[in-house]
Design a protein around this ligand. Structure first.
Ligand SMILES: Nc1nc2c(c(=O)[nH]1)N[C@H]1C(S)=C(S)[C@@H](COP(=O)(O)O)O[C@H]1N2
Ligand SMILES: [Mo]
Length: 387
C-alpha cells in the first residue's frame, strides 16, 4: 500500500538526514525544532485567509506563520461559539447527570476536582476548518485535565433503556424550525458506547490553567479524537435518553451531505459530524541565510509520516520533529527545501496514518462528492514567493 511504502521511505530519509548531519541539532533538541531560531526569518504566505464575516462566531484563529509551540497557548487557540458567551461563576456552577439513570447526580466544580484526575493531550479542530476561505486556522493542541466521564456515568447508573447521552451547554440562541422560532440551548449527543470511551473527560483545565472563559469555563467535555463540535463548552447538564437526539447541531447543522456511488447508482448520504479525519497543513516557510525550511503539522489520527510536494514535483518525505507516537495530539514536521528557485511556488503536504490511510487529494471523489464544507481534509496547498 502507498501508505506503508511512504512510511518506510520516511524512515530511510530520517536516518539519512541524521547521518548527513543536517538535522543533528534539530534531533537533539526537538523542543526547539519549531521555535524561531536566531537569524531565521518567516516568509509569509501569499495566500491569506479572507476577511472573517462572522467574528462573533469565529472569535479567534491560529495564524499559521506564528505557530511555534506544540501546545497551543490559549491566546493563540482558536475559539468558535455559536451563541453569546455565557458567564458562569465557578462557585455557583454545577453539572447535572440526569434522565435515565438510577441515581441523578449534581456535581460542583469542587466535586469534580476531588475525583481521580485525568489528563489528555489532544488536538481540537473545527470540522469546518479549510472548508471556507475565511476558516483556515480553526485547529489547536492542548493538554486538558479533568475527570473521567465514564466513571461518572457508571456512578449515576445508566438504565437499561438509556442509549444516548446528551451534553447541554449553558449558551442558547434562536433557531427556526418550520413556522416556529425557539430559543435552543447548544447541545450535542453521543451514543452510550461512544460516551463511555475511557479517554473522555469533563475538563476544568487547559495547559495547566483554569479553563479560560471562551473555552468553556468552568467545565467542558473533551472527547479526544472527535471534531471540535462534540466538545461541548460551558457544560451544565448530561442527560441520558432512550432515543436519538436531533438538536440543531446534530441533525441540522454540522451535517455532512455527500453523493456516493453504490452499485453504479449515485445516492446521497447524510451524516452528523463525529470523529476527526486525517489531515496536515504546511504552517510556514522560513529562511536562514540561503537555507529554506517548510514546517507544518499533521493530525486527525496517529501519524506515521508526512510528505511535501513543491510545485508539481514529486512527494518527498518530511521529518517528524515533535509529538510522534501520540494518539490524539498533532505531530510537527520539518522539510529541508533545497535551493528553491527565486519566484512563486506552491507547497502542499499530505499525511499518512499509522493504519496506512493517506490524506485524500482535493479531487478524491470522497471529497468532490461532498456538498457541505464540513470535514474538508484534502491536501492543503499554500503559495509563497522566494527571493
Ligand atoms: N456550548 C458550546 N460548546 C461548543 C460550541 C458552542 O458554540 N457552544 N462550539 C463547538 C464548536 S463548533 C467547536 S469547533 C469547539 C471549539 O472549541 P474552542 O472554542 O475551545 O476552540 O467548541 C464546540 N463546543
Ligand atoms: Mo466547529
Amino acid at each position: 500500500m502507498a501508505g506503508l511504502d511512504m512510511s518506510r521511505r520516511t524512515m530511510l530519509a530520517r536516518g539519512g538526514a541524521a547521518v548527513a548531519g543536517l538535522s543533528v541539532l534539530r534531533l537533539a533538541g526537538p523542543a526547539h525544532a519549531f521555535g524561531r531560531q536566531s537569524g531565521e526569518e518567516v516568509i509569509p504566505w501569499l495566500d491569506q485567509p479572507e476577511d472573517n464575516p462572522a467574528p462573533e462566531v469565529i472569535v479567534r484563529q491560529l495564524e499559521w506563520e506564528e505557530l511555534d509551540s506544540w501546545l497551543t497557548p490559549p491566546d493563540q487557540f482558536f475559539v468558535i461559539k455559536h451563541y453569546d458567551e455565557p458567564t458562569l461563576n465557578a462557585r455557583d456552577w454545577s453539572v447535572e447527570i440526569s434522565g435515565l439513570v438510577a441515581e441523578p447526580l449534581t456535581l460542583t466544580l469542587a466535586d469534580l476536582q476531588a475525583r481521580a484526575r485525568r489528563e489528555v493531550t489532544c488536538t481540537l479542530e473545527c470540522s469546518g476548518n479549510s472548508g471556507l476561505p475565511f476558516l483556515t486556522g480553526a485547529v489547536g493542541n492542548a493538554t486538558w485535565a479533568g475527570t473521567s466521564l465514564a466513571a461518572l456515568l457508571e456512578e449515576a447508573g445508566v438504565l437499561e433503556e438509556g442509549i444516548e447521552i446528551v451534553f447541554w451547554g449553558a449558551d442558547a440562541g434562536e433557531q427556526t424550525r418550520g413556522e416556529v422560532t425557539i430559543t435552543e440551548q447548544f447541545a450535542r449527543s453521543m451514543s452510550l458506547a461512544d460516551a463511555m470511551d475511557a479517554d473522555n473527560i469533563l475538563a476544568f483545565e487547559m495547559n495547566g490553567e483554569e479553563l479560560p472563559s471562551l473555552h468553556g469555563h468552568p467545565v467542558r467535555l473533551i472527547a479526544p479524537g472527535w471534531y471540535g463540535v462534540a466538545n461541548v463548552k460551558w457544560l451544565t447538564r448530561i442527560e441520558v435518553i432512550d432515543r436519538r437526539f436531533q438538536g440543531h447541531f446534530m441533525a441540522r447543522d454540522y451535517v455532512t451531505i455527500r453523493e456516493v456511488e453504490r452499485d453504479g447508482e449515485s445516492v446521497w448520504t447524510f451524516t452528523s459530524v463525529t470523529r476527526d479525519r486525517l489531515k496536515s497543513a504546511p504552517a510556514k516557510v522560513t529562511r536562514s541565510g540561503d537555507q529554506h525550511r517548510v514546517m507544518g503539522a499533521a493530525w486527525g489520527a496517529p501519524i506515521a509520516g508526512v510528505e511535501v510536494r513543491i510545485d508539481d514535483g514529486d512527494w518527498q518525505p518530511a521529518t517528524l520533529t515533535e509529538g510522534e507516537g501520540s494518539q490524539y495530539a498533532w505531530v510537527f514536521w520539518d522539510f529541508e527545501w533545497d535551493a528553491p528557485e527565486a519566484g512563486e511556488h506552491t507547497v502542499t503536504s499530505r499525511a499518512t496514518g499509522v493504519t496506512g490511510d493517506v490524506q485524500p487529494a482535493p479531487d478524491d471523489p470522497f471529497l468532490t462528492g461532498k456538498t457541505t464544507f464540513w470535514e474538508s481534509n484534502g491536501h492543503i496547498t499554500r503559495r509563497v514567493r522566494i527571493g
